[in-house]
Write a protein that binds this ligand. Structure first.
Ligand SMILES: NC(=O)c1ccc[n+]([C@@H]2O[C@H](COP(=O)([O-])OP(=O)(O)OC[C@H]3O[C@@H](n4cnc5c(N)ncnc54)[C@H](O)[C@@H]3O)[C@@H](O)[C@H]2O)c1
Ligand SMILES: O=C(O)C(=O)C[C@@H](O)[C@H](O)[C@H](O)COP(=O)(O)O
Ligand SMILES: [Zn+2]
Length: 369
C-alpha cells in the first residue's frame, strides 16, 4: 500500500492507495476521531462494498444511509435526505461521515459534512476510477443546480482518503473510460512524461492491469495533492484542473445530468479546449492530434453533441465559476504538459470550435500528420 499526504498544515491528510486497502483497519482507526460513524453510499455500491467497510468499523457506533444512484440525484433534495437521516439518528458533532462510492457520493457527502451542524469530519472511500484519481482528493464538494454544475458547495477537506484499487474490478467499462478523461487531463496540464506514459499504457489501463492502474492513480493523486497544497481554493494554479470543464459542464447541464457522464463531457471539452488553443496559435495541429488519439484510445467521445448550438454553449458557459468581471476564462493547453488560464478567447474562435462539433466529423482531428 502506498501513502501520500495532502499538505495543508493542521488540515493535512493521508491518501492510502493499493489493493486491499479496505482491509486495513488500523489506518481507518487512526483517521476516525469520533465514536460514531455513518457510511453514506448508494443502491449500486452498497450491495458490493458496504459489508467490507462495516467489517472494518466494528469498534464504532455504526449507521448507514443508502441513496439513489445517479448524477441526477446530486441535488439539494438529496442533501436534505442526508440531513434528515442524520437528525433522526440523533447524530451530533461527534459523528464521522464516510463517503463510499464515486464522485457523486463523495461530492455530496463532503458537502453534507461541511454543513451538518456547521461541520463534522468525513472520510472518502472512492470506488470509481474518476473518484480515485480526482474527486476524492482536494476538498471540492458540491451539488448541482438545474442551471449549473456544482453550483452550490464548499471547499471542505476530508480526514483521509482510502483508495482500494480492487473496487475497480466491478466498474462498468463506460465508467472506467470516464475516469480516464481526468487521468489524461493531468498529463495535458502538468506532466508531459506522464502523457507519454499514458500513450504507451492506455491499453493496459483499460484492461485493468493492476500495476499500470496503481501507478496512474498514484501519479494523479500526487499531482493533485501538489496543486491543492499550493492553491487550495483555486485562486490560480488549481484552475488548471478545470481543463475541458468549461465546455464539459455546459454539455452535462444542457443534455440533462447523467445523460453524458462527467468524464465523457470533459473528454469532448478537452478536445474543444485543445482546438481553441490551436486556433489561437498556442498549440500545434499535431499536438491536438496526440490529445485526440489518446482520448479515442480511452474509448471516450471526441465530439460534443452535434445538436448543441453555440447559443446553448454560451448560455451555460457564461455562468461558469471561473468567469471574472463578466469575462469567460478558459484553461488552454500551451503544449503537452502545460496549460494557462486565459480570458482572451474571442467569440469568433468559440463559434469556430462549436461549428466543428456541429458538423459531427472528427476526421479533421487526425489529418495533421
Ligand atoms: N470534487 C472534485 O474535485 C471532482 C472531480 C471530478 C469529478 N467530480 C464529480 O464527480 C462526479 C462523477 O463521479 P464518478 O465518475 O465517480 O460518477 P458516479 O459517482 O456517478 O459513479 C459512476 C457509476 O459507477 C457506480 N459505481 C461506483 N463504484 C462502483 C464500483 N466499484 N463498481 C461498480 N459500480 C460502481 C456508481 O454507483 C455510478 O452508477 C460528477 O458529479 C463530477 O462533477 C468532482
Ligand atoms: O479539483 C479541482 O479543482 C477540479 O477542478 C477537478 C475537476 O475535475 C472537478 O470536476 C471539479 O468538481 C470541477 O470543479 P468546478 O469548480 O468547476 O465545479
Ligand atoms: Zn472533473
Amino acid at each position: 500500500m502506498e501513502r501520500l499526504t495532502v499538505e495543508l498544515g493542521e488540515r493535512s491528510y493521508p491518501i492510502y492507495i493499493g489493493e486491499g486497502v479496505l482491509t486495513q483497519a488500523e489506518q481507518f482507526k487512526s483517521a476516525i476521531t469520533t465514536n460514531k460513524v455513518v457510511v453514506i453510499s448508494n443502491d449500486t455500491v452498497a450491495p458490493l462494498y458496504l459489508q467490507r467497510v462495516t467489517a472494518l468499523l466494528q469498534d464504532y457506533e455504526f449507521d448507514s444511509i443508502i441513496l439513489s444512484d445517479g448524477e441526477q440525484f446530486k441535488t439539494l433534495d438529496t442533501l436534505n435526505e442526508i440531513f434528515t437521516a442524520l437528525l433522526r439518528e440523533n447524530c451530533g458533532r461527534d459523528t464521522t461521515l464516510i463517503a463510499l462510492g464515486g464522485g457523486v457520493i463523495g461530492d455530496m457527502v463532503g458537502f453534507a459534512a461541511a454543513c451538518y451542524q456547521r461541520g463534522i469530519p468525513f472520510i472518502q472511500i472512492p470506488t470509481t476510477m474518476l473518484s480515485q484519481v480526482d474527486s476524492s482528493v482536494g476538498g471540492k464538494t458540491a451539488v448541482n443546480h438545474p442551471l449549473g454544475k456544482n453550483m452550490i458547495g464548499a471547499f471542505y477537506q476530508p480526514n483521509a482518503v482510502f483508495i482500494d484499487t480492487d473496487c475497480l474490478a466491478t466498474l462498468p467499462r463506460r465508467e472506467l473510460a470516464a475516469g480516464m478523461a481526468e487521468v489524461i487531463k493531468y498529463g495535458i496540464i502538468y506532466d508531459a512524461n506522464f502523457f507519454t506514459w499514458l500513450e504507451d499504457n492506455i491499453t493496459a489501463l483499460m484492461a485493468l492491469d493492476q500495476t499500470a492502474l496503481k501507478y496512474a492513480i498514484y501519479r494523479c493523486c500526487e499531482i493533485k495533492a501538489e496543486i491543492v497544497a499550493i492553491d487550495e481554493k483555486e485562486h490560480g494554479l488549481r484552475a488548471l484542473l478545470n481543463l475541458g470543464h468549461t465546455y464539459g459542464h455546459a454539455i452535462e447541464a444542457e443534455m440533462g445530468y447523467g445523460v453524458w457522464l462527467h468524464g465523457e463531457a470533459v473528454a469532448a471539452g478537452m478536445i474543444m479546449a485543445a482546438q481553441t488553443s490551436a486556433l489561437m496559435g498556442l498549440l500545434t495541429a499535431s499536438q491536438v492530434t496526440r490529445i485526440a488519439a489518446l482520448i479515442k484510445a480511452a474509448e471516450l467521445p471526441l465530439l460534443a453533441p452535434a445538436e448543441m448550438s453555440f447559443d446553448a454553449f454560451m448560455q451555460h458557459m457564461k455562468r461558469d465559476k471561473k468567469v471574472l468581471n463578466g469575462q469567460l476564462r478558459f484553461i488552454l493547453p500551451t503544449s503537452i504538459g502545460s496549460a494557462e488560464v486565459l480570458s482572451t478567447v474571442t467569440e469568433n474562435t468559440l463559434r469556430d470550435v462549436v461549428n466543428f462539433h456541429n458538423q459531427a466529423d472528427p476526421s479533421a482531428l487526425f489529418s495533421s500528420n
